[in-house]
Design a protein around this ligand. Structure first.
Ligand code: SF4
Length: 376
């Protein structure tokens, strides 16, 4: 049911790579911290109200950390206001401009996404690192197959995993030479094979926490699939401490997809995991429409729990055994409700959505109460 079955189901066990833990604001990343879900705003950063609204929506959907681009000085000024209002730590996305890095640290960013090898002289690098240290910022090194350093492209001929790993290790060395260790690293590519190979290499070469992402993954459906394959494969093998799903879609969708990937692997749970059948001629009620309604009506539940909505008795009772709340379609416009894996009562289809929402809310409250009790 709601608690993890990993301990008694060894074939579900994922052994996470042992990484150092760093802090992104008040959120731990790496070590034994839960794998965090990130997204990035796509508003103009200078549109303070619009950006804060997007950060809030992402946080409401479960984002632990949100990244914001800081391309110019006006954005650095806006960042200060956004950070003050944000419910989650903000990562400032910086490219090339070392001044933006310093300004973002001063503005209260929790982390700078910056590649120290790309911001100029050793003095400039030292200044940015000093600002990060002074203002308690961590750093994410963000290697990207699409923007590898020229000398690496010349050495390797084209973007490839080895070039990405070398780039990552070069940036790491710069931070370490400056005695700065609060960093994590990503090495993204839009090609899942390249990204996965680069991440595997980096995971062996460093103990820094790893930020996973498949870059420019595409639209909602294609990007979700690509990310699920790329990130899923790495997470399954224990690699990854924080993830961002990149979609040409609303940041809230990125957060939802991120959670679904983690939920599918049992790595993190949030909200109601709905198990539903695809439906067929045997269904006792309209499964697809019902699931659509329930997904909307249950968005507010944050407690990890499971709900099975199954069209008929072929699979319904079996699935209901393993879920917190279940409904299985039957004949004559009614079906069976299951609570905590046990058959409970008959219910007519037209009362079903309201009733299931009520039962899920009740069960969520009970799970919360049990958790508080267990903690005490
Ligand atoms: S559970 Fe029943 S209704 Fe759903 S797909 Fe299977 S046979 Fe069809």
């Amino acid at each position: 049911m709601s608690q993890s079955l990993h301990s008694i189901r060894p074939w579900r066990q994922i052994d996470r790579r042992k990484s150092r833990q760093i802090m992104v604001g008040n959120v731990p990343v790496g070590g034994d911290a839960p794998i965090t879900v990130q997204t990035m705003t796509n508003t103009l950063t200078t549109d303070v109200a619009g950006t804060i609204a997007q950060v809030q929506a992402a946080a409401d959907a479960g984002a632990d950390i949100v990244r914001i681009s800081v391309p110019d000085e006006a954005s650095s000024r806006a960042l200060r206001e956004i950070v003050a209002e944000s419910p989650v730590p903000i990562v400032a996305d910086i490219h090339f401009h070392y001044r933006r890095g310093i300004e973002a640290a001063e503005a209260g960013a929790a982390c700078l996404r910056i590649n120290p090898g790309n911001i100029g002289s050793a003095d400039r690098v030292r200044e940015v690192i000093a600002a990060a240290r002074d203002y308690g910022c961590s750093i994410r090194i963000g290697v990207n197959a699409g923007s590898l350093e020229r000398h690496l492209l010349e050495k390797y001929g084209e973007p490839c995993p080895d070039a990405m790993i070398e780039s990552g290790l070069d940036h790491i060395r710069i931070l370490q030479d400056n005695d700065f260790h609060e960093f994590k690293i990503s090495c993204k590519a839009s090609d899942v094979f390249m990204a996965a190979a680069a991440y595997q290499g980096l995971a062996e070469a460093t103990d820094a926490p790893i930020h996973l992402g498949i870059t420019e993954a595409g639209g909602l459906v294609s990007g979700t699939i690509k990310s699920a394959i790329g990130l899923g494969n790495l997470l399954w093998s224990g690699i990854g401490d924080t993830i961002r799903v990149s979609l040409s879609a609303d940041p809230v969708e990125e957060v939802k997809v991120g959670y679904e990937i983690l939920k599918s692997l049992g790595l993190r749970h949030r909200g109601v995991n709905i198990i539903s059948c695809p439906s067929c001629a045997r269904q006792g009620f309209d499964v697809i429409k019902t699931v659509e309604k329930l997904e909307k009506r249950l968005e507010h539940i944050k407690t990890p729990m499971s709900l099975s909505i199954i069209g008929c008795v072929v699979n319904g009772p079996g699935e209901a055994l393993m879920t917190d709340v279940g409904f299985t379609g039957g004949g004559s416009g009614s079906g069976m409700v299951y609570l905590a894996g046990k058959q409970s009562h008959k219910l007519s289809n037209d009362q079903m959505v309201d009733h299931i929402v009520e039962q899920v809310e009740k069960r969520a409250a009970a799970i919360e109460a049990e958790t508080v009790q267990a903690a005490e």
